[in-house]
Design a binder for this molecule. Structure first.
Ligand code: ADP
Ligand code: NI
Length: 199
C-alpha cells in the first residue's frame, strides 16, 4: 500500500524539527512512536493514519524541547490543515497529544490518546529506554548513579518512573510488550548492582 502522502510530508517536517536533538528525543524516537502507535491502533480500532500522525507529532511543543512551545504548537496545527487533515482530525490529534506526557499525569480521553501514550511509554523502557535514560541524563549533566548529596541520577530515574510504566499501559498488546521490556530492565538493574559491589 502506498504511504499516505500527508504522513510523508509530516515525516519530513518532523525530521527537520528533531534531527539535532541529543537528549533522547531525536527523529528516531518520533519514528518509533509513530510506528508503534500505528501498530497498536489496529487492535484498538483507531484510524491508523491518525495514530501514526499523532505519534510523529507527539513531542512538538514539549516544554523541555522547545524554546517557544506555543509557537511550535501553533505551527503544528496550521500545518495539519495545510496537509489536508480536517479540522475534526486536527482536534483529535491535538487532544491525543495533550495527554501523552507522564509528567503531566493525564489519562487519555480517547482511544487515539491511549495508543500514542502507550507507544511513547514503550520507548522509555527496555533496551531502548535504558539508552534514552542515560542519554537524557548525560545531556542534562546528571550522574549515572547517585552519589552522596545527589538529588537525582539516571539510575534513580528507573525507580522514580521507568519501573512504573509497565503497570500503567492502556492497551493489551502494549502491556505485553511492556512486560517483556520491564523484565529486561530489572535484569539490567540487578547486573548493574552486582558489578558495583566490590566485595
Ligand atoms: P514525559 O514527557 O512523558 O514526562 P519525559 O519527557 O519526562 O516524558 O521523558 C522522556 C524520556 O526522557 C524518557 O526516555 C526518560 O527516561 C527520559 N528522562 C526524563 N527525565 C529523566 C531523568 N531525570 N533521568 C534520566 N532520564 C530521564
Ligand atoms: Ni516522546
Amino acid at each position: 500500500m502506498e504511504k499516505d502522502h500527508r504522513l510523508k510530508r509530516m515525516e519530513t517536517y518532523v525530521k527537520k524539527q528533531f534531527e539535532q536533538d541529543t537528549t533522547g528525543h531525536g527523529f528516531d524516537h518520533m519514528k518509533r512512536v509513530a510506528l508503534w502507535s500505528r501498530k497498536l491502533a489496529d487492535e484498538e480500532e483507531v484510524d491508523p493514519v491518525l495514530a501514526e500522525a499523532a505519534g510523529w507529532l507527539h513531542d512538538i511543543g514539549d516544554e523541555k524541547l522547545f524554546i517557544n512551545p506555543d509557537k511550535a504548537v501553533e505551527e503544528r496545527n496550521r500545518l495539519l490543515l495545510e496537509w489536508n487533515f480536517t479540522p475534526f482530525q486536527k482536534n483529535e490529534i491535538e487532544k491525543a497529544i495533550e495527554t501523552v506526557s507522564f509528567r503531566k499525569g493525564k489519562k487519555p480521553s480517547s482511544y487515539l490518546g491511549a495508543v500514542v501514550q502507550d507507544a511513547d511509554r514503550l520507548d522509555a523502557i527496555g533496551a531502548i529506554g535504558i539508552a534514552r535514560a542515560f542519554t537524557y541524563g548525560g545531556a542534562k549533566g546528571q550522574r549515572i548513579d547517585n552519589e552522596e548529596g545527589d538529588a537525582s541520577s539516571s539510575i534513580q530515574h528507573f525507580h522514580d518512573k521507568l519501573l512504573k510504566l509497565s503497570g500503567m499501559m492502556n492497551t493489551e498488546s502494549g502491556r505485553q510488550e511492556a512486560e517483556r521490556r520491564h523484565r529486561f530492565m530489572e535484569e539490567y538493574l540487578l547486573e548493574f548492582k552486582r558489578e558495583k559491589q566490590l566485595d
